[in-house]
Design a protein around this ligand. Structure first.
Ligand SMILES: NC(=O)C1=CN([C@@H]2O[C@H](COP(=O)(O)OP(=O)(O)OC[C@H]3O[C@@H](n4cnc5c(N)ncnc54)[C@H](OP(=O)(O)O)[C@@H]3O)[C@@H](O)[C@H]2O)C=CC1
Ligand SMILES: O=C(O)CCC(=O)C(=O)O
Length: 479
């Protein structure tokens, strides 16, 4: 049984749940503790007690712990990647890459702990000095989704600790394994008791208890828009700080002048890799008339070569969908697309077993053509390997279609035109814009986030993470 970390002790849960491998549902990864509301309150009490002293530790103390955690994550990347692929279903190379991202994030924020400073500002009054500094929020609640089981926890926990906060961390119920390993690494790296608390279990119980507790000063959340709204309402109700990273319906434009191979590689990577389960996935590809038919034919050709199978098997390109519920959602949208009149040009079949006969949640990536902007498959986040193609008469129409969405996380364009690339970078209504690159798969040291219904509050990652995890103090001194 994998226990929870509360006040520096490994504690049994009020109940437990099984962590199942989506590539082979006969494979149980382990039994993981689940908290009830009382245990969440214990974790928050522990964090509240630990926060003042942690907030006063030296930058060197924080650096040492975060750097040691980063080193261990990087050294164990093969083993942690294997665990991640086994519990979430992304392929082994993708999983090892995610673990390395997590390790590098800890290294980056170890450095950030050393780089904290403030400003000395001239006062408008004679003889007065003004200092502007940052202080920790206090206790932060971190609620994470299942699709990046170690990188998203890393990019919330590392800045929270670097900036002197105590943490109550609730991972998604589907992927407790990577979260447990991360908490174990940080605990052994020397965090004082109560500074990091891991409480596992269902969002409606564990997450909700964190939202409702006045001792939690800030909530950083990644997940669905529906839950994000709930987080916002709870936090506004008690005037707590919050930041939300939610869905995407990210456009990728392919212009007539694009390099066809680059365009196909970007579209296939960002639409289907990680089984399409990325908020940065491009699920809408907008293609201008002159290249449309060649592009669609080339994508279908590339899709034929994609191997769907066990996430940990060498040669697999696309692992399983994470669970039965998500598979049902993906298949539901494929039916919706067909009923709306789109053409299912390739894929879309579920497979109950992989090539070795193991039962799992397999889905052949699906490509829809002849789609229109009003179709639900072009408006709602599917969160699976389902891509729809829209035709455009030229760049201006493609840009208008790209921006015609309630979301605004990532956007991309394949073009050899400097003029169009430059214009797109300026006019795409998204937090992140890529030129001749997939929309998914971002750097770990720069801001991450979007606009409209995709994000709310300050950006995550990079130096800008300080905006959420600190509060500003302005001090006046009469000299
Ligand atoms: N933009 C993104 O990065 C992501 C978007 N999604 C989208 O969300 C859909 C559903 O995925 P799912 O993971 O279930 O997303 P959720 O928004 O339900 O889950 C995200 C996190 O919030 C927790 N949570 C759920 N309910 C509450 C609550 N009432 N109070 C506090 N926390 C809560 C979840 O807990 P638990 O799951 O343990 O119950 C999980 O840890 C996907 O199909 C996809 O469209 C999903 C993942 C990432
Ligand atoms: O594309 C990436 O690198 C990150 C995606 C992500 O954070 C998400 O899907 O939740």
């Amino acid at each position: 049984m994998f226990k929870q970390l509360i006040n520096g002790e490994w504690v049994a849960g009020a109940s437990s749940s099984r962590n199942i491998n989506p590539s082979d549902t006969r494979d149980v990864i382990g039994e993981y503790a689940q908290a009830d509301a009382v245990q969440v309150a214990d974790a928050i009490a522990a964090a509240s007690a630990a926060a003042p002293a942690w907030g006063l530790t030296t930058p060197q103390q924080r650096f040492d712990i975060l750097d040691a955690a980063g080193s261990e994550i990087l050294a164990r990347r093969a083993e942690l990647g294997e665990l991640l692929a086994r519990e979430e279903g992304k392929t082994l190379p993708e999983a090892v890459g995610e673990v390395m991202r997590a390790g590098n994030i800890f290294k980056f924020f170890a450095g950030e702990a050393l780089r904290q400073g403030g400003e000395a500002v001239a006062s408008v009054r004679p003889g007065v000095g003004v200092e502007v500094t940052r202080e920790p929020l206090g206790v932060v609640g971190l609620i994470t989704p299942w699709n990046f089981p170690i990188a998203i926890p890393a990019w919330k926990i590392a800045p929270a600790l670097a900036h002197g906060n105590a943490v109550v961390f609730k991972p998604a119920e589907l992927v407790p394994g990577s979260a447990w390993a991360l908490a174990d690494i940080l605990h052994r790296a020397g965090l004082p008791r109560g500074v990091l608390n891991l409480v596992m279990g269902r969002g409606a119980v564990v997450g909700q208890a964190m939202l409702d507790d006045a001792r939690v000063h800030g909530i950083s959340f990644t997940g669905s828009v529906t839950t994000g709204r709930r987080v916002a309402e709870a936090c506004v109700g008690r005037l707590a700080k919050f930041q939300l990273e939610m869905g995407g319906k990210n456009p990728f434009i392919v212009l007539d002048d694009a390099d066809l191979d680059v365009a196909v590689t970007c579209a296939v990577n960002s639409g289907f890799f990680s089984t399409g389960q990325r908020c940065t996935a491009s699920s809408r590809v907008i293609v201008t008339d002159g290249i449309h038919d060649r592009f669609v034919a080339a994508v279908i050709e590339r899709m034929r070569s994609l191997k769907v199978g066990d996430a940990r098997k060498a040669g697999t390109d696309i692992g399983p969908v994470v669970d039965e519920r998500q598979l049902a959602q993906d298949l539901g949208y494929i039916e919706i697309g067909k009923a709306e009149g789109a053409t299912l040009a390739a894929g879309g079949e579920a497979m109950a077993h992989n090539a070795d006969g193991a039962p799992g949640f397999y889905l052949q990536p699906a490509l829809f053509t002849d789609t229109t902007p009003a179709m639900r498959i072009n408006r709602e986040e599917v969160f699976g390997p389902v891509v729809s193609v829209q035709r455009a008469r030229g760049y201006e129409e493609a840009l208008a279609l790209a921006n015609d969405t309630p979301f605004g996380l990532a956007s991309g364009i394949a073009t050899t035109s400097l003029k169009h690339a430059t214009h797109f970078k300026r006019h795409a209504q998204a937090g992140m814009t890529m030129v001749n690159l997939p929309t998914a798969g971002v750097d770990y040291h720069v801001p991450f986030g979007g606009r409209k219904a995709s994000s709310y509050g300050p950006r995550e990652q990079g130096r800008h993470a300080a905006e959420f995890f600190t509060t500003i103090k302005t001090c006046y001194t009469q000299g």
